[in-house]
Ligand binder design. Structure first.
Ligand code: ASP
Length: 330
């Protein structure tokens, strides 16, 4: 018997509509993970245990929450009978958590994040099916000898670096920004690997390293019509010696272009020691690196994922000298 550990962090999957709340309203992160797991179908040959790590609305996620999740993953993945882990999470920032964990994980056993768009108390709640699909994904990945970080929602299994919330309220809310899912759910046959199902090479884990890190200040700024760089100059003026601005992610127009006025301000920031990375505000296609571009582009990573990657790069994680290259490869 192998064991899958289900780590609860909150989110709509654990959301509850309480008496007196207006139609369609609910509170995220209320139901304990044991309650989510009760009655769920387990893959054959697997048993499950659960731990509540945090219970939050993932829009309020902090670095300390990530440290708690990393510590829990380190603890459980050290157990020899644990074949994989499921993390129940809010949809709002699951792409950022997946990206962070992808850099930290040793890639040996599967860790599958899942979420839901409808609260657990909704008549048509999607959480139970998503959780069962995530449990099945752990079993399928483990059987195929694949580790790594994945996100299973609404019948699709995504690689960590591709996944993003792409619809604000539809039940089918996630896509890959143009990238295909790694596997598709078939009600009769379980997970069917798509052509590019694949996984990274094994690495030393960085869970304990994260526990010792204080994140540098990294902010995001949009390029848009009539931009003038005011926000960048305001951030530079407000930067304090004890928590200086260290990084800026630009949500660029199109394939990585920046308004000339904003670009001038970003060059001022760079001259003051701020590292600039480029993502795009466009939903699909990403920004591919170009030799003549002023700042690195982060491929298909979303703006939020780019912020995670830049934060980690600035912390210079051991054994991952180039976080961006690491995330974009594999
Ligand atoms: N605000 C919720 C969260 O991210 C949304 C959800 O889970 O769908 O925790």
């Amino acid at each position: 018997m192998q064991r899958v550990v289900v780590l609860g962090t909150g989110g709509t999957i654990a959301g509850v509509a309480q008496a007196g709340m207006a139609e369609g309203r609910y509170q995220a992160g209320v139901l304990p993970v044991d309650a989510l797991l009760a009655g769920r179908r387990l893959p054959e040959g697997w048993q499950a245990s659960a731990e509540q790590v945090v219970a939050i609305d993932s829009k309020d996620l902090t670095w300390a929450h990530w440290q708690a999740l990393a510590a829990a993953l380190a603890r459980h993945l050290a157990e020899p009978d644990v074949g994989g882990v499921v993390v129940t999470h809010g949809t709002d920032t699951v792409e950022e958590t997946a990206c962070l964990l992808d850099v930290l994980h040793d890639q040996r056993r599967p860790v599958v994040l899942t979420a839901a768009m409808r609260p657990a108390t909704a008549a048509d709640a999607d959480g139970p099916a998503n959780l069962e699909q995530a449990l099945a994904a752990v079993a399928s990945l483990a059987a195929a000898g694949l580790g790594g970080i994945w996100v299973a929602v609404h019948g699709r299994l995504w690689r960590a670096r591709d996944v993003r919330k792409a619809h604000s309220h539809a039940i089918d809310a996630f896509d890959g920004g143009g990238a295909a899912p790694a596997a598709l759910w078939d009600e009769a046959g379980g997970w069917q690997a798509a052509e590019n199902w694949g996984a990274r090479a094994e690495q030393p884990p960085l869970w304990h390293w994260l526990a010792r890190q204080t994140p540098p200040r990294v902010a995001c700024v949009f390029s848009h019509a009539d931009a003038d760089g005011w926000l960048v100059h305001a951030a530079l003026a407000a930067s304090q010696p004890d928590a200086p601005l260290k990084g800026l992610v630009v949500a660029c127009t199109g394939h990585g272009t920046v308004h000339e006025a904003l670009e001038a301000a970003l060059k001022d920031a760079q001259a003051q020691g701020v590292t600039i990375w480029r993502s795009t505000r466009v939903a699909r296609g990403g920004v591919m690196p170009a030799d003549d571009a002023p700042w690195p582009a982060t491929g298909g990573l979303t703006v939020g994922q780019t912020r995670v990657a830049l934060t980690l790069q600035l912390l210079a994680p051991p054994q991952r000298p180039d976080v961006l290259a690491y995330l974009m490869a594999g």
